[in-house]
Write a protein that binds this ligand. Structure first.
Ligand SMILES: [Zn+2]
Ligand SMILES: [Zn+2]
Length: 1007
């Protein structure tokens, strides 16, 4: 837990900062983080790699992942062979977040040199193209060539997979191939270290699927980097000592095998032969294989097997922050230019001196807190740019936790200072917006959300601490309460339950450290074990909430079918397609017949339901917010209905499965005519084009921070969710409607063209970055507008279907605007016939109103105003009458005065007044008496109201509150109040008279 101290060496990062301890690398060019990123990508471009932009931090369509955490995430389907790209070599700088879930080591961040919640992974990927030889040659050239990074070879070590005696179906040997290729690059043999075991240098995507050995490059930071003082106060250490001195900078993964799942599966002769080949290729001696059931129990743990992949792949990951530390000659990632400007900004905002804080290392406050703030704001800013919003579950919960930790550390750093950290996000955008333009686009909206979250934190922290005090006081005994009041702490240690502590944490967002500090100060122990249990339950709930959003898994048979062909989308050209071939049939919902297991079947009999894949189709399958078409299959002459189509979906990319109910027997190989419900489609596409218009209008009128966060294009309406920090007011909504309908009347022809992603984005097309787009063949839908500077009103990447001319929409009417989450608004609108239906409904409501009110339709509003005026007047009159009634009773009541032991007393029941009137009566009577006691009661809506008043001179003897309590008891109620005025309510109207009659005797007993 120590970190760099000032030393006397020259600084590489500016003279205002005390120079950090230098790593072993000196006298070399200094590289900025941005230069390193760009150089890496350029290097691999020069080796024929496609530069692919970072995918969103929110993984698309991968329910197994909370956040994107590796460069390969976006290529997972490519590695699995489920998706084809038009390139076989790629390179990327991928933004990653590791927080929450199984990699939850948030507590370490800021207190070590290399823990981060947000980090960047530089990677190169080969999809069945090159393998170990080239991957190793490229890595070594980039790292050591003076033309590139030029790192001193004498500081580098490499590791290779060192074998494993019992890997699944048998032994795996040392990766001698890798060793050979490293030697070929002139890496000295003693610097190539084989690490045995599956834990270190073996990678697997999951329990099954691609896996293979890794090879890593490590850098020797020198003895100063050792956390254990190796080489300084203790003996010199040797690679691969894990004292912190040797840092892994690059991991090369060789996807060499496919791991086949276990499960009653015995290898065939052919498999055994294949395995033999695999072993020979690997140089592994023949080992035990699971050949008989007698072997099964012992081999159970390893009963899956490894098959060599026909086209092995490469996946590498170089941590930008680590390489930056190496190339900038510092030991800690936090001393690089990726973090220093953020830490300095944090110091400014917290009102502390950066250099002084640098000298404080242990505990809270000091540079550790600055590092936490810098790291957490990188993560938070990027997460918010990818439209994660702070919330209480799932990804939003992780974001909220990260922000709160940052806010807490600002508080540790300078408790007396009101620190507002939101400007940190601006600094992150400034530093990284060049490489990640999405940061700049999303900024204004994000800033507002941040300020709101910080404000919320500041308010709730105060509230949370007060709540904690209340909880403590409740659990104390009398003596402890006195101690607490006198000294602020209790003498004997008491306990706070872990559940209560978690309640504070969870409901008030009071950070654990706050609770720890506050309870320690008060000498209260917290049951942290119980706290952790409650926390684990909460986490399970959070995980469940994002897992729930996952789409149902498609039948695995589809992946096999997708290898053969993709379904041609004829739905772009109309609602009918003839001569479509049935390529595959799968029974619905994983059902299977005894003879076919759960795979595809040859035919579907009349009356059966199933999923049918065609070579072409006119049915649009649900995607991009546009709902699926429905329709039917006919024979090619369209005279006979063969099946009803209730919907269609993409089980895997490129393949459309139709959900059908067969009317006649359908067989694989049959040719059918596909007909989509044209009226339904027409309604859907009017709404879809309408969505594009609304999107453009929102950006024109509210600002370009508006980003789509979801949409639905259904037959009856369109729904559009977007990021915006305030509600859209009536005037803005009217402007949006007007602008959209003006475009509709312009009636331009919609243009659709297919181009590369790069060209599409360059031409100004809007993309929904939560989505994964192919690099090529992206569809761009343009709504032209000759009046606009760019020649169009709207241009979006979109795979949906649209009207031909924008005028086909007819009219678009917004019907609602509401909030769906913090910072996310939802607009619903209707178009065409849907709009007509909407108007008809509204007209009917108006007609009914008019007939109820018995006036003409245009007089409804005036009539309602008149009626509400009348109602208000009547209310006022009634009130006045009651007051008057009360005053009328005044003289009569005053005459009922009686004297008890020399005190004047009035006790009476009154009628026809309201509570306020009753109060006024008591007041007036007190004045009239000058000195005395008044107790009045009245029935009120089947209940009883009582008021007692005592003149000031008598309150020492007759306490109005005590008197009213005694009276309330007699009417089954309760009450209380000041010595001079008290009120009560009760349920027992029958007891009211008796209660009032008891007043004189009650007073007598008091006097
Ligand atoms: Zn060591
Ligand atoms: Zn669209």
């Amino acid at each position: 837990m120590h970190s760099p101290r000032p030393s006397n060496e020259a600084s590489v990062t500016g003279k205002e900062k005390p120079p950090p301890v230098r790593g072993a690398r000196e006298n070399a060019k200094s590289w900025s983080g941005n230069e390193i990123r760009e150089t890496f990508l350029r290097f691999f471009e020069s080796k024929g790699h496609r530069r692919v932009r970072s995918s969103s931090l929110v993984p698309h369509g991968d329910p197994t992942l909370l956040f994107t955490n590796a460069g390969m995430n976006q290529f997972k389907d490519v590695f699995l062979g489920l998706e084809k790209r038009d390139y076989t070599r790629a390179t990327s700088a991928q933004k990653c977040v590791r927080a929450g879930g199984k990699h939850n080591d948030l507590e370490n961040v800021g207190f070590t040199k290399r823990h981060h919640t947000f980090f960047e992974m530089l990677g190169n990927f080969s999809f069945g193209d090159y393998f170990k030889k080239e991957a190793i040659a490229y890595a070594w050239e980039l790292v050591t060539s003076p033309q590139w990074f030029g790192i001193d070879k004498n500081k580098l070590y490499v590791t290779i997979f060192g074998g494993m005696s019992e890997a699944w179906s048998g032994a795996l040997g040392v990766d001698e191939d890798a060793r050979t290729y490293w030697l070929k690059e002139n890496v000295p043999a003693e610097r190539i270290v084989a690490i045995p075991g599956l834990k270190e240098n073996f990678w697997a995507m999951g329990d099954t699927g691609p896996c293979g050995p890794c090879s890593e490059i490590h850098y020797d930071m020198g003895p100063a980097a050792s956390d254990l003082g190796h080489g300084v106060t203790a003996p010199e250490c040797k690679f691969p000592c894990d004292c912190g001195r040797f840092v892994e900078i690059w991991n090369l993964v060789f996807m060499q095998f496919n791991r086949i799942p276990p499960g009653g599966w015995l290898p065939t002769d052919d498999d055994v032969v294949q395995e033999g080949i695999a072993r020979r290729n690997l140089g592994v001696p023949p080992g035990p294989a699971m050949k008989t059931s007698a072997d099964a129990p012992t081999l159970n743990r390893y009963s899956s097997r490894l098959d060599p992949l026909p086209k092995p792949c490469v996946d590498t990951g170089m941590g930008l922050e680590r390489v930056a530390a190496v190339l900038q000659g510092v030991i800690s990632n936090y001393d690089t230019d990726l973090f220093l400007p953020l830490m300095k900004r944090a110091a400014e905002l917290c009102g502390v001196d950066f250099q002084k804080e640098e000298a404080i290392e242990e505990g809270k406050g000091g540079a550790a807190s600055l590092r936490v703030i810098a790291d957490h704001f990188r993560a938070a800013t990027f997460l918010m740019a990818d439209r994660v919003q702070p919330s209480n579950e799932g990804r939003g919960y992780v974001l909220r936790k990260i922000l709160r930790r940052a806010f807490s550390h600002a508080n540790y750093l300078n408790p007396d200072h009101l620190t507002l950290l939101s400007p940190m996000a601006e600094k992150v955008c400034e530093l990284m917006g060049g490489a990640y333009p999405e940061l700049l686009e999303a900024f204004p909206a994000k800033a507002v959300v941040l300020v709101a979250e910080e404000d919320r934190f500041l308010r709730t922290t105060g509230k949370g601490l007060r709540k904690l005090d209340q909880m403590l006081v409740r659990s104390f005994n009398e003596k402890q309460r006195d101690e607490m009041a006198a000294t602020g702490r209790v003498q004997s240690t008491t306990r706070l339950s872990g559940r209560d502590a978690f309640f504070l944490y969870d409901t008030f967002g009071l950070p654990r450290d706050f609770i720890e500090d506050a309870t320690r100060d008060r000498n209260v122990a917290v049951d942290w074990q119980e706290f952790d249990e409650a926390m684990a339950e909460q986490r399970t709930r959070a995980r469940a909430s994002w897992k729930g959003g996952a789409k149902e898994a498609a039948n695995p048979a589809y992946a096999k079918i997708a290898e053969r062909f993709t379904t041609e989308p004829d739905f772009y050209f109309g609602t009918e397609a003839k001569d479509c071939r049935i390529e595959a049939i799968i029974l619905s919902g994983g059902a299977h017949r005894a003879d076919t297991k759960s795979g595809p079947v040859k035919e579907l009999k009349a009356g059966e339901s199933g999923e049918v894949v065609l070579d072409r189709t006119a049915i649009y399958a649900e995607s991009g917010g546009q709902v699926t078409d429905t329709g039917a299959f006919y024979d090619n002459s369209e005279s006979q209905l063969l099946a009803e189509v209730t919907g269609a979906f993409y089980p895997v990319a490129g393949l459309i499965a139709h959900k059908v109910v067969a009317k006649e027997t359908l067989r694989v190989g049959d040719r059918v005519a596909v007909v989509a419900d044209a009226e339904r489609r027409a309604r859907i596409i009017r709404n879809h084009t309408g969505t594009h218009l609304v999107h453009a209008a929102l950006r024109n009128i509210l600002g370009t921070h508006v980003k789509q966060s979801g949409s639905l294009n259904a037959p009856d309406r369109l729904r559009f969710d977007f990021s915006h920090f305030a509600h859209v007011d009536a005037e803005e909504l009217r402007d949006i409607e007007q602008q959209v309908n003006e475009e509709i009347r312009l009636n331009t022809e919609i243009e659709t063209n297919v181009t590369s992603l790069e060209d599409a984005l360059a031409s100004g097309a809007l993309a929904f970055f939560g989505d994964k787009y192919p690099e090529h063949n992206v569809r761009v839908v343009t709504i032209p507008d000759p009046r606009a500077a760019r020649g169009f009103y709207s241009k979006e990447l979109c795979g949906g279907t649209h009207v031909q001319r924008v005028g086909d929409i007819g009219v678009l009417k917004i019907v609602s605007e509401e909030s769906v989450a913090a910072g996310v608004r939802r607009i619903e609108a209707v178009t065409g016939i849907g709009a007509l239906e909407h108007y008809q409904q509204q007209a009917q409501i108006l007609r009914q109103l008019a007939s109820q009110l018995n006036v003409g339709e245009d007089a409804v509003l005036a009539q309602v105003e008149k009626l509400s005026q009348t109602a208000k007047q009547l209310e006022k009159q009634l009130e006045a009458q009651m007051r008057k009634g009360a005053l009328d009773q005044l003289d009569e009541l005053a005459s009922r005065v009686q004297t008890v032991k020399g005190v004047k007393v009035i006790a009476a029941e009154v009628q026809n007044v309201d509570r306020e009137g009753l109060r006024q009566l008591v007041d007036s009577l007190r004045q009239k008496l000058g000195s005395g006691v008044v107790a009045l009661g009245m029935p009120e809506n089947g209940k009883v109201a009582l008021i007692a008043g005592v003149t000031k001179d008598l309150t020492a003897k007759v306490h109005a509150g005590k008197l009213i309590q005694a009276l309330a008891k007699q009417v089954g109620g309760s009450g209380g109040g000041r010595p001079d005025l008290a009120e009560a309510g009760g349920k027992d109207t029958a007891g009211l008279k008796r209660a009032l009659q008891s007043v004189p005797s009650l007073i007598e007993s008091l006097l």
